[in-house]
Design a protein around this ligand. Sequence first.
Ligand SMILES: NC(=O)c1ccc[n+]([C@@H]2O[C@H](COP(=O)([O-])OP(=O)(O)OC[C@H]3O[C@@H](n4cnc5c(N)ncnc54)[C@H](O)[C@@H]3O)[C@@H](O)[C@H]2O)c1
Length: 422
Amino acid sequence: MRKNLVVIGQGYVGLPMALRAAEKGFSVVGLDSNSAVVEQLNAGVSHIDDVADAELEAGLRGGYAASSDPRCIASADVVVVCVPTPLSSDGGPDLRPVASAAQAIGKHVASGALVILESTTYPGTTEEVFAPLVVAGGLRVGTDVHIAFSPERIDPGNVEFGIKNTPKVVGGLTPACTRAARDFYAAFVDTVIEAKGAKEAELAKLIENTFRHVNIALVNEMVRFSHQLGIDLWDAIDCAATKPFGYMAFRPGPGVGGHCIPVDPSYLSHRVKAQLGYAFRMVELAEEINTAAPLYVANRIWQALNERRIAVNGARVLLLGVTYKANISDRRESPADPLAKQLLEWGAEVSYHDPFVPEWEIKASNGVRLRSLPDAVAAAKEAQIVVLLQAHSCYDLEDLPDRSPIFLDTRGASKNPRTVRL
Ligand SMILES: NC(=O)c1ccc[n+]([C@@H]2O[C@H](COP(=O)([O-])OP(=O)(O)OC[C@H]3O[C@@H](n4cnc5c(N)ncnc54)[C@H](O)[C@@H]3O)[C@@H](O)[C@H]2O)c1
């Protein structure tokens, strides 16, 4: 008999996993509180880069449907929660979406179900925040209901690693919960790894994110003095990366974006501070350096213009690629925003080109709503400085510097000798 799966949250994480499970024979309801998203999904229109409309349509024909009615939880054998875990206004964890999903589960879940939290969060959330709401009706964990945490490892835009071939870590509140979660994922993921418990699985995800955050901060700090010393840091990193052991290459850029790096490690540092009273200094330092990266780019724009006796005030600055990573349309926490805000506040005339972002609102005291210029080469000719923020594959990075008065490359991606590297 087909198993019933409910995936709560149909965003970047929840939709691909719901469709993958449907493909593997589950009867899946994609539950989302946003009724516009539900309507769009049921009409076969995907809002996620990595999910093509054809894939969604195949899902709709083969066992998947979206809904905003939590009563579907009542007939679920498995419920997976993929709701957002943002920061609150004071920079701490905002677990309201997780809590509201857990409350909905607690209200409707049937005895015998397996409930898994996938949203990235601090260690202890599954046991202390999530589970008590799920079992509020009196079910017992480990016998009536199995509860586990399994971190999502999705990498938007990655064509090599998807749900099937990215190993999945699971950690339950009891050994029986871990085994139940393992057996569920084994149906559609090649490799499942059992953590000692939910806290270890929660921390595993934050180790991965913090590792990236800290190492990106390391090169974002090094790029400043390398520039002043006249050293090409990208070349030095390429050389270091030839060492076949003990090194992993990270490269500088205009700052970090998305969810995993700017937001998730703060969940961990906040938890350490709140529970133990001291700072997780590595994360705080990485945050400080990576947050300052867009402002460093602004200063380098100022410097490059200044060398040509051009004031930033009134200068025509063209930004190329305003998403948080290349070849996707996700703009969450993109470093393009603080950079553009600074440039506008200095009086620059900011324009941009990005095939993935037709419109962009820059929030500043003198903020503007811009439309992407249609042609990058024509726009480059009109600008006084062109700044590459994301090396989308549509850009000819060897040709563009020849068309631009100044071409500032924050990615170290162009080999053209006219390019100014960050
Ligand atoms: N996007 C990524 O690359 C990525 C990678 C790894 C982990 N994660 C983690 O996965 C989690 C989900 O991230 P995402 O990028 O998929 O978020 P998202 O914003 O793309 O999607 C979340 C969806 O959940 C819905 N939602 C919110 N609260 C709800 C509720 N109570 N009930 C039902 N639906 C609700 C929203 O309407 C939205 O459609 C986060 O914890 C994030 O840190 C994301």
